[in-house]
Design a protein around this ligand. Structure first.
Ligand SMILES: [Zn+2]
Length: 283
């Protein structure tokens, strides 16, 4: 999984006083930006919305010819209807399909620790694997559309699970506000957005909060991770989830310490049921 870096240019039509170009560069990480200034209409001033819109579409089409959207897996040009991954890379994502299996490997990591109802993972996460690459691009290159893409794919699978109809809302593992400010987005929330959209359920992002900015977990043993995470999360509006069945989600499941701490915090609400879903499971 090498050679993923891509160069992309954005061409947009904007009124010349607009701040949009700066925003576009910021949001898309574009490496180049070309501006076409829209003319001022003699009578109505500018921008000439329709003209601008049409010009924008035309230019986008031309831009696509020169700077095509490319596959995040193999860098080949994507064709219409392909998003993020080309059809052959998408078929290589090692989906677990374990939502169909009771007592699956996702659930086993929480056995005896969290009284969960159901557990599921979208795909296997291996060193240098495709999922690792995609999540890396999401988190560290700011490719936020990868988050919603993966969430949607997982959500489409989960729609086949009979138990998904029992879920009332999705809650993503929150980031500490300091980390959120630094990164600019919560990758797990983006995954949740995609899932909520394709499943057709609500996502709650203000019920569970992270009160402690925990140290990195990567070099810690399982028991150290559990200790590191204990009490790092807090529930803010218990009554909103009382008696509800919550699908708690995270990006990659390793020891499960983070999800365990989140579940324990959520279970302070009366009658709450917890199920767990992760995009990856480290194997
Ligand atoms: Zn590909």
């Amino acid at each position: 999984m090498q050679n993923y870096h891509k160069t992309r240019a954005i061409i947009i039509a904007v009124p010349h006083t607009s701040l949009l170009p700066k925003l576009y560069i910021l949001i898309t990480n574009a490496s180049a930006l070309f501006l076409i200034f829209t003319p001022r209409h003699p009578k109505f001033g500018y921008p000439l919305h329709l003209f601008t819109m049409l010009l924008h579409q035309l230019i986008e089409g031309i831009a696509h010819l020169f700077y095509p959207h490319i596959c995040e897996g193999c860098s080949k040009q994507l064709v219409t209807n392909e998003q993020i991954l080309c059809i052959s890379c998408a078929s290589l994502l090692p989906e677990t399909n374990n939502y169909k299996i009771p007592d699956n490997e996702t659930g086993l990591r929480f056995a005896g620790r969290v009284p969960y109802r159901y557990a599921a993972t979208y795909a296997y996460f291996t060193d240098d694997g495709l999922l690792q690459h995609l999540l890396h691009r999401l988190k560290y290159a700011g490719k936020q559309e990868i988050g919603t893409y993966l969430g949607k794919k997982f959500g489409q699978n989960l729609k086949d699970a009979a138990w998904i109809n029992e879920i009332d809302a999705i809650i993503p593992v929150p980031l500490h506000p300091d980390k959120l400010a630094k990164r600019g987005f919560n990758q797990t929330m983006l995954l949740g957005q995609g899932m909520a959209q394709s499943i057709g359920i609500d996502m709650m992002t203000d019920v569970l909060i992270r009160t402690r900015n925990t140290e990195s977990q990567t070099s810690k043993s399982r028991s150290e991770r559990v200790e590191n995470m204990a009490g790092a999360f807090r529930i803010t509006q218990k009554q909103r989830i009382e008696g509800k069945h919550i699908l708690l989600i995270d990006d990659v499941l390793t020891t499960g310490a983070t999800l365990e701490a989140c579940a324990l915090a959520l279970m302070e609400a009366k009658g709450v049921a917890i199920s767990i879903a992760t995009i990856g499971i480290a194997v």
